[in-house]
Ligand binder design. Sequence first.
Ligand SMILES: [Zn+2]
Length: 116
Amino acid sequence: MRFAKHGKPEKGLLIIDRAHEDHYRRLITEFQKSGTKYGYLGNIVDIPYFAGCQATRMLQIADHCAYATFRRYENNDFTYFNMIIGSFDKRSSNKPDGLKHLTTDRNCTCEACHWR
Ligand SMILES: [Zn+2]
């Protein structure tokens, strides 16, 4: 959506693990009708692509990112997280818009909360 607002017509592709295909089909249909909390979901190409996690490297990368983030927040292990922190979506400067930390700790100084 940010690109579209700046005249860039790029579209995104959703690649989703087929393990929960029915749930995600319903969710995406709802998003396409009503939008998300971030706005209209209109910059997605066609329909979502469902694949087994062994069939596409994109799902393997997503699993790696989820695992690295889990290890960082649950075990304070930065080994893999430090490899991906620079790749989270950013609007400008170093604020990682693509990383949110849902916590009640208002004093948290993690990478996501630091720029709140
Ligand atoms: Zn935090």
